[in-house]
Design a protein around this ligand. Structure first.
Ligand SMILES: [Zn+2]
Length: 232
């Protein structure tokens, strides 16, 4: 049996129609999924409901236990993702108005001494109108060995600490509902290495921060502790 309509509605509203695992805006492509399958005794109630995008829904549902590659999603993990995301949505009621920037750090190579990461920033236009341009400013602590292609660079100080600020912009139009990778993988990139001297610095709290300006939405600001980069 599917969830009753009112359970689905509450789950969709509490999630801002975003996937509780990857936080992508789902629009009509979001599913309300059972955390514990009905065949395993899961109930058709809100406590057992999670909103997932099509990709995460397939990942969570189609795990083949005879070929256990990767890490299976456990019901407990799914529930933790959901509770964390619902809490976030509750404390950020302004986000469904259309501002969503997902910033991640993808590991691209690892040796014993050096880990290299690439920055991925995906912007989703959830406004009802197209945006004609965007500009991204992103600040890294100055001790991080950065390489970047096609970015303007400035050295700045925030609260006495040195940062390198990289700036990139585009006049490409972003249509309503469209997701755009604003750090495109081919034309330009931001990469950095985590080596021994960087690990030493990481004991202090250092952040990567960003601001995204678009033609007709308010500025999106965010930051993430640099130490979290190692988790990806
Ligand atoms: Zn997802």
């Amino acid at each position: 049996m599917p969830f009753p309509r009112e359970v689905r509605d509450i789950a969709l509203v509490k999630s801002h129609r975003r996937c509780c695992v990857c936080h992508e805006f789902g629009g009509r492509n979001v599913n309300v999924h059972h955390i514990i399958q009905e065949a395993d005794g899961g109930v058709n109630a809100l406590e057992n409901a999670i909103c997932l995008c099509l990709r995460c829904h397939a990942e969570a549902g189609h795990f083949n236990s005879r070929h256990p590659l990767g890490t299976k999603y456990s019901p407990r993990e799914l529930k933790a993702h959901r509770d964390q995301w619902w809490e976030h949505c509750l404390s950020h009621p302004e986000e469904p108005l259309g501002l969503f920037l997902d910033v991640r750090f993808k590991a691209i190579s690892r040796t014993a001494e050096i880990h290299r990461y690439r920055l991925i920033a995906t912007y989703t236009n959830t406004m009802n109108e197209a945006q004609d341009s965007w500009k991204l400013k992103i600040c890294f602590p100055a001790f991080v060995p950065l390489s970047a292609d096609d970015y303007d660079r400035d050295e700045i100080r925030i609260e006495g600490k040195a940062y390198v600020q990289l700036e990139s912009s585009s006049n490409d139009r972003i249509f309503p509902g469209e997701s755009v990778d604003i750090v495109p993988l081919k034309t330009h990139f931001i990469e950095y290495e985590v080596n021994d001297s960087v690990y030493d610095q990481l004991r202090e709290q250092h952040k990567v921060s960003w601001k995204l300006y678009t033609s007709n939405a308010q500025v999106i600001e965010g930051d993430k502790p640099l130490s979290e980069l190692q988790e990806f």
